[in-house]
Design a protein around this ligand. Structure first.
Ligand SMILES: O=P(O)(O)OC[C@H]1O[C@H](O[C@H]2O[C@H](CO)[C@@H](O)[C@H](O)[C@H]2O)[C@H](O)[C@@H](O)[C@@H]1O
Length: 263
């Protein structure tokens, strides 16, 4: 059962629902989907999925997922209609309305990915319950099931060895994960890109992790940011987790369908 939303948040959602063109941009893990031990097993809770489908069906309303996952992994776990705009790998991979667009790494980047694979693979192989998730432009070193000590060691060794081998590496820390990428983009840049692409008059963004802070920072005064769960944030509002995010999204869909009919 979700916690009720504050009246301030309900008021802000009512205001936001009135704009002509709205972009609803959402993080996936920890926001629509509760955290689980195996990334492949993560799914949006039914109420969140239902609310996303309602928003997707509304006119002048675009829905985007902006995730740290690779695009392929995001497509598999999100399982949403093709009208959903998708951003994977923290902004590196983008699937808009033309699905034929794919990330192409240059020769140097491809070599760097290979070096990273070797270095990080050795770290993962040598520490219990540490494993490597492969992405087109890098890797996520997962330590969720490792002991706290092993996790710290894995992060330290991986960081120093990867940085020694690959120049200008982008490193991001998430929940029980350290991510290495040979390209540098942020969820904030993704929000800006999607704002232009959809010609949105306002943006709603919800996210739970450190990398979502780039997206919150890219919001403008008339946009609305909602943080899912604990941790420092620049978002204007915070709710407890995916159950409450689902309620936020269904409230937005309800307001927006009313406002859309009045237009
Ligand atoms: O930007 P997001 O959509 O929040 O994706 C961030 C990372 O999510 C996945 O890892 C996290 O969720 C897993 C499933 O709940 C969990 O097992 C892991 O500990 C978390 O770090 C995904 O595997 C990563 O690639 C994403 O970058």
């Amino acid at each position: 059962m979700p916690q009720p939303l504050s009246s301030a948040l309900i008021g802000a959602l009512r205001e936001l629902a009135r704009v002509k063109r709205l972009l609803v941009a959402l993080d996936f893990d920890g926001t629509l989907a509760p955290e689980v031990d195996s990334p492949d097993a993560a799914r949006a809770i039914p109420e969140a999925r239902e609310a996303v489908l309602r928003l997707l069906a509304l006119p002048n309303t675009r829905v985007a997922l902006i995730s740290g996952r690779s695009l392929a992994s995001l497509i598999a776990v999100a399982d949403l209609p093709d009208t959903t705009l998708l951003v994977g790998s923290h902004g590196i991979e983008i699937r808009l309305d033309d699905p034929s667009d794919h990330i192409r790494l240059n020769t140097t980047e491809l070599e760097q990915v290979e070096v990273l694979h070797e270095v990080l693979g050795e770290v993962a192989d040598s520490i219990d319950h540490v494993w490597l998730e492969s992405k087109p432009a890098g890797f996520a070193l997962h330590t969720r099931l490792a002991t706290e000590h092993d996790s710290r060691v894995a992060h330290l060794v991986a960081l120093s060895e990867a940085q020694a081998e690959v120049e200008n590496l982008t490193v991001r820390e998430g929940k029980n994960v350290l991510e290495f990428s040979v390209r540098s983009t942020t969820k904030g840049e993704a929000v800006e890109h999607l704002r232009r692409y959809t010609a949105a008059d306002a943006v709603f963004y919800a996210g739970d992790d450190v990398t979502d802070e780039d997206a919150f920072a890219a919001l403008l005064p008339h946009d609305l940011g909602v943080k899912s769960g604990p941790g420092k944030t620049e978002a204007a509002f915070r709710v407890e987790g995916p159950d409450e995010i689902a309620l936020v999204l269904s409230t937005l869909a309800t307001f927006r369908s009313g406002d859309v009919h009045e237009q």
